[in-house]
Design a protein around this ligand. Structure first.
Ligand code: ADE
Length: 265
């Protein structure tokens, strides 16, 4: 009998140790960290230049840069372009690290008549402009299944306020806007589509990742904000404008993120 109890004890202990090893493999480090995500290399370059990276962790083709930036523990990650890769990158980040909040930084096309080249838009909420139904009349927008009823994913208001204040201090209040950012798997280069985005969503900017990242943040209940500098006006000249301004615009958003980090608790 005693022998049987002993064997059972050894078996249960082994099971517990095995589970601990598995858990350790899934969570790389137990410290809380701020997640900073972008779609492209040129949107994280300035952050990486200024960060002290302790190690790099490669999972599923995504490199997580783990270290400190402006005195804060961070994970900096480039997800890749578009809604699929940005959602996958966000889920991988949240599954692997203990993330307290997520800041998404990068460039966008200006949609509002008010936003000019190199202005900054801080997203208050985000929507997938290409979601919906195709019927005989074409695309009919609907809110996503399993999302907020109206389809608008809300950013964290404290992060929005801090991002707005920091951006206004950096480039002046006249060049910073808070508003709806729309995301879709298309680079928008059409004045008529810009009109549609204004009328349907009252949008300030369009890009290709924010709303999908927002959907994952909602599932994991992690506060987030999206900061975008306008590289173009999403019109017929968008491609040329984007090519000329993407680096400057990306660095400007990164500068705001770094100043924000200094002010965060
Ligand atoms: N990112 C930067 N400019 C963009 C545009 N015009 N459309 C979609 N994503 C963008």
């Amino acid at each position: 009998m005693i022998k049987k109890i002993g064997l059972l004890f050894v078996f249960v202990s082994c099971l517990l140790i095995f589970q601990c090893v598995l858990a350790a493999e899934n969570v790389a480090g137990s410290e809380k960290r701020i997640g900073i995500m972008s779609a492209m290399d040129n949107e994280i370059n300035l952050l990486l230049t200024n960060a002290d990276i302790e190690y790099e962790d490669k999972v599923g083709g995504i490199t997580f840069h783990v270290g400190t930036l402006c005195g804060k523990n961070v994970v900096i990650v480039r997800s890749g372009i578009g809604k699929v890769l940005s959602a996958a990158g966000t889920a991988a980040l949240f599954n692997r690290y203990d993330i307290s909040e997520l800041i998404f930084t990068g460039v966008a096309g200006g949609v509002s008549d008010e936003t000019q080249l190199l202005d900054i838009v801080i997203a208050t909420d985000l929507v997938q402009h290409d979601y919906g139904t195709i019927d005989s009349s074409g695309h009919v927008w609907t809110p996503p299944y399993d999302g907020p009823e109206d389809g608008f994913f809300q950013c964290d208001s404290s992060l929005v306020d801090l991002a707005y204040k920091t951006a206004a201090e950096t480039i002046g209040e006249d060049h910073v806007f808070k508003g709806t950012v729309v995301s879709g798997d298309q680079f928008v280069s059409s004045s008529s589509y810009v009109k549609l985005l204004q009328e349907r969503f009252d949008a300030y900017a369009c890009e290709m990742e924010g709303a999908s990242v927002a959907a994952v943040c909602r599932q994991y209940e992690i506060p987030f904000v999206v900061i975008r500098t306008m590289s173009d006006k999403a019109d017929g000249l968008a491609v040329e404008s984007y090519e000329n301004w993407v680096e400057t615009a990306a660095d400007q958003s990164s500068s705001v993120v770094m100043k924000m980090l200094k002010e965060m608790d």
